[in-house]
Design a protein around this ligand. Sequence first.
Ligand code: GDP
Ligand code: IMO
Ligand code: MG
Length: 433
Amino acid sequence: MACVVIVGTQWGDEGKGKVVDYYADKADIVVRFSGGNNAGHTVVVKGKKYAFHLMPCGALRGKQLIIGNGVVVDPKVLIEEIDMLKREGITPKLLISERAHVIFPYHRTLDEAEEQFKGKMKAGTTKRGIGPCYEDKAGRFGLRMCDLITKEVFKEKIEHLFTLKEKQIQMYGSKFDFTKEQLLQEYNAYGEKLKDYVCDANLELNNAIDAGKKVLFEGTQGTMLDIDHGAYPVGTSCNVTAGAACTGAGVSPTKINAVVGLTKAYVSRVGVGPLPTELLDETGEYIRKKGAEFGTTTGRPRRVGWLDIPALRYACRVNGISGLAITKLDVLGGLEKVKICTAYNISKKATSEVPPSCELLEQCKPVYKEMKGWQEFEVGKAEEVAKKGYDALPKELKDYVAEVSKLSSTPVYLVSIGPGREETIILKDVFAK
Ligand code: GDP
Ligand code: IMO
Ligand code: MG
């Protein structure tokens, strides 16, 4: 397998950062194809925690990194991540697509203003300007990396757009505290800093694939946040499902060999919107605390719930998932019983499909299957357990994994029992032929 796509099957934060870093050991290239710095991907190496928002998670492995055309780039955040890596003694081998769109301060202001205006319909966004930037892309008001690094073109386009953006912001009753001159000055400096990374990344990537290089496509968010397949309108503003790896990096579907779907052993959600299996009791509190469920990007407490099989089966179908990576199995350790939602009841009618609207999702009453829980791993011992391999795991944990696999009709490729790189067990090597 040479081209492997990693996607979230839930509401984001499934542990994509950890798993991408793990798989990156065997990959040549890691590519981001969707989202922007709404993503927060955590990698923990030797107890040290790194949070990446734009930089692909192969960075700590010294791999070739690509930010594809489907990503919206906040240059300030990307420069901060480059600098952070440099301080760690790593010079990232980064290529940025000249076709990737740029996030401007007015996008952040509009993000805030739109959310306020939407009221009940808001998504609880990360306020990073992601939605307004994708709106500009679709509306053809966007500026791309190729514009940012060409000073005259950039100035001309900003001159033209700035009044419109000011008007939009005023329309929402908001204020924009940037002058055109300030924006030009700040962004010209970013363009200078980034210009050497900007190129026809699509050409480089396709050449590498043709030369037999192993490529990991690092998804962002999760299937339930996808603009088409997620819980509209409370998801994000772009496609994040497997097909987006092709459109967001400029690679043909015929080149993709496998899709790995990330799922936590339970579910979590930052932001608003329906979460059918949400736990509002002390079990939920236990999971949130033990799983350190606080947003990597915004620090907001994440809502948590039991594993949702209808959503997982849906994600398997929409993404064509070849195998699952199940993370955070350690977090459920210590619970006497664990539950899996196998179906929903909507107005007393059972369904195993995810309904299209938030109104219907809100009405979903989960049907649970109860299973025996497993013992907690001793503090600091998960790595040791992982070294012994899958068979050494508690029987009840393996029964749980087998049940998830059976209910989702999908094999399990990887299990994760801690945030650290080594707290991982492989059941099937994704890059094996
Ligand atoms: P991403 O957005 O999908 O990359 O996920 P995040 O990094 O936002 O959130 C996942 C969190 O869970 C991070 O703090 C990870 O360090 C942590 N994590 C990942 N896998 C495991 C695991 O198996 N066990 C535990 N306890 N933590 C994990
Ligand atoms: P990673 O890649 C979890 C959520 C926000 C909000 C909605 C829209 O770390 O899994 P946006 O700022 O994109 O317009 O917000 O989507 N959201 C995420 N939740 N993980 C993420 O990324 C997310 N990116 C966006 O909380 O509900
Ligand atoms: Mg995250």
